[in-house]
Design a protein around this ligand. Structure first.
Ligand code: DGL
Length: 272
């Protein structure tokens, strides 16, 4: 493996592009390969066994691209599959949960933290375990917000419907003295303005995508895996793979990423 090999990033669909966006900003010299499992999305309502199987296939696919590290840019897959994948892999594999939990623990003053995510992420209690391990004094209030992902994918980022649904979901969180809220799903950073308005100024929103990019950089530095030498913009490659619907993917990717996304390649992930 050389330092110039790409970093593999995967998600259940398009949401992980919010993580890719932060990685592009923080590590502009790195080649990146993104896989979105658009044929089998959503993961957020699926079981650990299914998500483990899907994630294993994706890691095998990314390894055929000689990636030097893998980022699980999906909260649900990070919650349910990361530990098993790490046991089986010789590559560094980074999830989005730990970086978000670490930052939340650092940020909170009231020691009351909230997390919102998919049904499977919240059910897994992963954020409770991570936060307890960092600081047992922290109380975590969790809430699944399953309608947020479809709203984002419909482009309803600033809309009355989104505002109404967000008010309903977040209403009960406001009864607690929380000062920090983890946006524990790939799509939620795209709703941060609505969420911030409802939660109020005193609540810090933690974006795990941003924290993960920082974490990844540190990890690659520590393992001496960062790309070396002078790199011009022309030397940086971004590739996109999906399991279905290339056109829809490209149009969403184009709206989230600051670079031009020209194409995505469809593959049969079941073969891996
Ligand atoms: N990417 C998923 C997550 O972050 C959200 C979409 C899904 O349910 O697959 O949990």
């Amino acid at each position: 493996m050389t330092h110039n090999e790409p970093i593999g990033i995967f998600d259940s669909g398009v949401g992980g592009l919010t993580v890719m966006r932060e990685i592009m900003r923080r590590l502009p010299n790195e080649n990146l390969i993104y896989f979105g499992d658009t044929a089998r999305v959503p993961y957020g309502s699926k079981s650990k066994d299914t998500i483990g199987k899907y994630s294993g296939q994706i890691v095998r696919f990314l390894k055929t691209k000689n990636v030097k590290a893998i980022v699980i840019a999906c909260n649900t897959a990070s919650s349910l599959a990361l530990d098993d994948l790490r046991k089986k892999s010789d590559l560094p594999i980074i999830g989005v949960v730990e970086p978000g939990a670490v930052m939340a623990a650092k940020t909170t003053q009231t020691q009351v933290v909230g997390v919102i995510g998919t049904v499977s992420t919240i059910k897994s209690q992963i954020y409770n375990r991570k936060l307890m391990a960092i600081n047992p004094e922290i109380t975590l209030i969790s809430k699944a917000c399953p309608l947020f992902c479809p709203l984002v994918e419909e482009g309803l980022l600033e809309d009355r419907v989104t505002e109404d649904i967000a008010s309903r979901y977040l209403h009960e969180l406001k009864e607690y003295d929380l000062d920090t809220l983890i946006l524990g799903c790939t799509h939620y950073p795209l709703l941060r303005h609505t969420i911030a308005r409802i939660m109020g100024e005193s609540v810090h929103l933690i974006n795990p995508a941003y924290e993960t990019a920082k974490f990844l950089k540190e990890e690659l530095e520590e393992k001496d895996l960062l790309r070396k030498g002078e790199v011009s913009l022309d030397d940086v490659r971004y590739e996109y793979y999906v399991s279905d619907g290339e056109e829809r993917f490209v149009s969403f990717a184009d709206s989230v990423l600051s670079c031009d996304v020209k194409e995505a390649t469809q593959i049969n992930i079941e073969e891996y």
